[in-house]
Design a protein around this ligand. Structure first.
Ligand SMILES: Cc1cc2nc3c(=O)[nH]c(=O)nc-3n(C[C@H](O)[C@H](O)[C@H](O)COP(=O)(O)OP(=O)(O)OC[C@H]3O[C@@H](n4cnc5c(N)ncnc54)[C@H](O)[C@@H]3O)c2cc1C
Length: 496
């Protein structure tokens, strides 16, 4: 029986796939180009501060519970913490700040001056999003598709009443339910979590409002998000999985329709019976397998999610009025959203997200200090290849934030690291610096997304954000479940 697996990449999709397979008796070895595990779910330690590199919160924690059950772990190797205020949203022109609570009565109080009958309207909106979520979660989302036909047949089983959501955008759905600019803008921010804008994201993704406000809320992890990776690494060590860092796959050897080995940058061949690619599923087919269907011309025509411009700031002061998660919006939401993707608007008054991680994990900053993460979604390298203006953009964000929170941040800055889409691309092989991988347009999800099995080599599989089901931490965990289902179907479980 085949049993040796090489997993390329130690992102969340790779780590969870490796443990599921190891627990089923496979001998697993992992290769990773970065110097430590985690992929985008990574960590930066600098000048006495600790920062989460990318993800700061997530929903659908029960996908981790399913993973623990599936792998037979005694307990979750890290501890979730539910966020009580989900986030705050600040408007530049009015100076207003809204706190987003899960409790609908508290939430209604926040909006009582701008949106009459908020609670009733929100209940109706969430009712519709929730029904769609429960009608499709198991039927469509958590499923493997063997072909586009198989996918389309499944879609036919979705109740017809949901079909308008396929043709409307998140923004149009907002306009159907709410009147105020504030409510529409705030609850369409979920589209940005998918790396897109509410104007080009289908209304089916209003399910994210349902998951944040009703279903499971948002969580982070005690001690920082990187505890997820550290916890998984410990379990993988116990299961005998070996990891090799600073090891980048750059080539391959194949025999007809079987992959024999992958070759790293030093010329070493990594042989196995089967291979799981956690590197971006489209990028790997493009860059390593050099498939025509994934040529640069075709890759550039695909819809990629916004790229990240991130800053990691160590401050020698406290930010008393800035809670954990915050969004800072300008006054031109529609224009900005419409132009930001294609680099058609100046980044002099950017929209950005601020996470003060030391609010929930004080040990991430020295006494009296604060660790701050800033994420500004920006155009990817197709539209803006030159980032020589990085200091200017960082300065714009710092100045804007300083004005809005009333503290001169430059004066208190004792550590500063900036990552543009160039650094994100080079760290994790993200195509043209796109932060969340392939977008979630209707022609790029389900049966239309790059498959989790290879078109040519029968012993190659894929896990992670650009294959099914999609991007985000819970989706990476689901992708490991789906790919392992495929592998077990093809190769069987070695522990029966
Ligand atoms: C700035 C930012 C903020 C985010 N915030 C959130 C959030 O708050 N909540 C949330 O749920 N999601 C968030 N996400 C998305 C989330 O990080 C990803 O969806 C998820 O981590 C993807 O995991 P993955 O396993 O698919 O891929 P990755 O994490 O990208 O892992 C793939 C791994 O493969 C390695 N690799 C690539 N090519 C090779 C090669 N040739 N050889 C060897 N190794 C290779 C890479 O180095 C990487 O370690 C965020 C992403 C970014 C960038």
């Amino acid at each position: 029986m085949d049993e040796k697996v090489v997993v390329v990449g130690t992102g969340l999709g790779g780590l969870t796939t490796a443990l599921r397979l190891a627990r089923r008796g496979y001998q697993v070895e992992m290769v990773e180009k970065y110097h430590q595990p985690g992929g985008r779910l990574n960590q930066l330690k600098k000048d006495g501060f600790t920062f989460d590199l990318g993800p700061t919160f997530f929903s659908m924690t029960y996908e981790f519970d399913e993973f623990v059950k599936d792998t037979g772990l005694e307990a979750m190797p890290f501890a979730f913490r539910e966020l009580d205020i989900l986030y705050t949203v600040h408007f530049r022109d009015t100076g207003k700040r809204f706190r987003i609570y899960r409790d609908l009565d508290l939430l209604a109080q926040e909006f009582e001056t701008v949106e009459p009958h908020f609670k009733e309207k929100m209940e109706k909106f969430l009712g519709s999003a929730g029904t769609f979520f429960h009608d499709t979660e198991y039927l469509v989302l958590k499923r493997n598709y063997d072909s586009i036909f198989d996918y389309l047949l499944t879609l036919l089983r979705v109740p017809l009443k949901h079909s308008p959501k396929l043709f409307r955008s998140v923004w149009t759905e907002m306009e159907r339910h709410f009147e105020s600019r504030e409510v529409k803008e705030i609850f369409s921010l979920v589209a940005f979590f998918l790396g897109a804008t509410p104007f080009d994201t289908p209304a089916i993704y209003t399910i994210l409002s349902y998951t944040e406000l009703v279903h499971d809320g948002y969580h982070n992890v005690q001690g920082g998000m990187y505890r997820i990776v550290e916890g998984l690494k410990k379990e993988l060590d116990k299961a005998g999985v070996t990891m090799h860092f600073d090891t980048e796959i750059v080539g391959y050897k194949a025999d007809n329709n079987k992959l024999m080995s992958l070759t790293d940058q030093h010329g070493k061949d990594w042989k196995a019976d089967l291979f799981v690619v956690n590197a971006d599923a489209a990028w790997f087919r493009h860059q390593i397998f050099q498939r025509k269907k994934f040529s640069e011309g075709r890759m550039d025509k695909l819809k990629w999610t916004l790229a990240p411009f991130t800053m990691y700031l160590g401050l020698n002061t406290k930010l008393p009025d800035t809670p954990l998660h915050n969004y800072f919006l300008g006054n031109n939401f529609k224009e900005y959203s419409g132009k930001i993707f294609k680099n058609a608007i100046k980044l002099d008054q950017p929209y950005y997200y601020v996470n003060v991680v030391s609010k929930s994990d004080p040990e991430s900053a020295p006494e009296g200090c604060e660790s701050v993460f800033v994420l500004c979604p920006v155009p990817d390298l197709r539209y803006k290849p030159d980032w020589s203006d990085r200091d200017e953009i960082a300065g714009n964000i710092l100045r804007d934030l300083s004005e809005r929170i009333g503290i001169d941040l430059e004066k208190h800055l004792i550590s500063k690291t900036v990552m543009t889409p160039l650094e994100w691309r080079d760290a994790f092989n993200l195509y043209k610096g796109s932060g969340l991988g392939l977008g979630h347009d209707l022609d790029q999800i389900g049966g239309f997304r790059p498959k989790n099995f290879d078109e040519v080599y029968g012993n190659v599989f894929y896990a992670g954000a650009s294959t099914v089901p999609g991007t985000g931490l819970p989706m990476a965990v689901i992708s490991s479940k789906l790919v392992v289902e495929r592998i077990i179907k093809a190769y069987g479980s070695l522990h029966t």
